[in-house]
Design a binder for this molecule. Structure first.
Ligand code: UD1
Length: 374
């Protein structure tokens, strides 16, 4: 019997992480089922990603929609329990740190189905971030901790996770980025917008930036200042758009768009002078692209993007215009260890190695050499 994976995804950042794992598992002949929790339901936060990344349509959609954190988590748990219970899955695979991730982790653990966490071990050490709570709980419950960077291994060890459960596989999002670059360039999205390489791209959605009116206004003022000198393109998440309207912010000169599809966003970022963000994924993507990234946060769960990449934390929005003037693109972007386009294959090899000796013998695609542990 081939090994069966049940992938649970729900929100925008999950989809680029699922794509390379799904592809690698298909190449190994594994049986797979995709459950979409429905946490994100707008076409431009969800369906467009399945199209851009060639992920098959979900087998099950739990349609949980929006709500408070407790409501959303509880709805996923209630609706997912029978699906996992009847699936016969060898592994439930969860991604990243969204509410759907922790909800699925709780259900799998209580049903006694093995749980693998892709992107384990990231820590901001800031429990005011809902994602930090999701990360800690998911990692504590997971049987296999698939990490994107060495700092994540170290964080898990420090929390007492057994070495046998930690597998350093590298960054699956980078697989998707490298796989998609040509298609992203072919979208011609930057051309359609009529912008050149002086443009600044902005994404913001974290409560710490968009939920407090004063903070949001101060960011808006800085962005308008930058827009006097160069194009500023701001694809706004629906919650950000709502907050901007509520706060009555004046984003003079800034081009505010709706959320943009994955390939279009990649085209925008690759050609940008700089990116201003509070997203975790964007910090990683700009590192690989060599594009200066100014992260409007006090901390990051992705320190490797600062020590080895192009990322810089910015706590005071009034400093943004000066920083944007000073930053320069990196001529030779560095890629942290394991950010090489083969992380999805290493995820699948780790899953097989932790399943049963028989499963390891499955024939399949060429295997990248494992990254030795330190
Ligand atoms: C979620 C994740 C966050 C991730 C982000 C990426 C959690 C705790 N947060 O935040 O880690 O970085 O996704 O986008 O899981 N909405 C829509 N359409 C949708 C989905 C949401 O309009 O398809 C609006 C609704 O008003 C909703 C709000 O956005 O209440 C927030 O959605 P939610 O999924 O709770 O969190 P995000 O802010 O998207």
């Amino acid at each position: 019997m081939p090994v069966k994976l049940l992938h649970v995804v729900g929100a925008r950042p999950n989809f680029p992480k699922l794509a390379p794992v799904f592809r690698a598992a298909a190449a190994e002949g594994l049986t797979q089922q995709i459950v979409h929790t429905g946490q994100h339901y707008d076409a431009d936060l969800s369906a467009s990603f399945f199209g851009d990344l060639a992920i098959p349509a979900p087998d099950v959609n739990l349609s949980v929609g929006s709500g408070t954190h407790a409501q959303q988590t509880a709805r996923v748990m209630e609706r997912l329990e029978p699906v996992i219970g009847e699936s016969g899955a060898d592994w439930v695979v969860v991604y990243g740190d969204v509410n759907s991730t922790v909800a699925a982790a709780l259900v799998a653990a209580k049903l006694g189905v093995r749980l693998a966490h892709v992107e384990a071990g990231l820590r901001s050490h800031d429990r005011t971030m809902p994602e930090e709570i999701n990360r800690i709980v998911t990692d504590r419950l997971a049987d296999l901790l698939l990490t994107p960077s060495r700092d994540a291994d170290a964080a898990l060890r420090a929390e007492g996770e057994p070495e046998s459960e930690i597998a350093f596989v590298g960054n699956v999002m980078v697989d998707t980025l490298l796989h998609s670059l040509t298609a992203a360039r072919n979208t011609g999205f930057r051309k359609q917008l009529g912008i050149d390489d002086s443009a600044v791209i902005v994404t913001l959605h974290r409560p710490s930036n968009v939920d407090a009116c004063d903070r949001l206004r101060s960011i808006a003022t800085a962005l308008s200042e930058i827009a006097k000198e160069r194009p500023v393109i701001f694809p706004a998440h629906p919650r950000t758009a709502e907050r901007l309207a509520q706060a009555g912010t004046d984003l003079k000169g800034v081009r505010v768009l709706g959320p943009v599809a994955y390939l279009n966003m990649l085209d925008l970022m690759e050609g940008a002078h700089a990116v201003i963000t509070d997203s975790g994924g964007v910090q990683e993507e700009t590192t690989v692209l060599g594009v200066p990234c100014l992260t409007l946060r006090e901390n990051t769960e992705r320190p490797v993007t600062i020590t080895q990449g192009t990322n810089r934390l910015v706590s005071d929005p009034t400093t943004l215009p000066g920083l944007v003037r000073r930053v320069r693109r990196s001529a030779t972007p560095t890629r942290p260890e394991g950010w090489d386009g083969h992380a999805g294959q290493r995820v699948v090899q780790a899953l097989l190695a932790h399943t049963s000796p028989k499963a390891e013998l499955l024939a399949g695609a060429p295997r990248p050499s494992p990254i030795p542990s330190r």
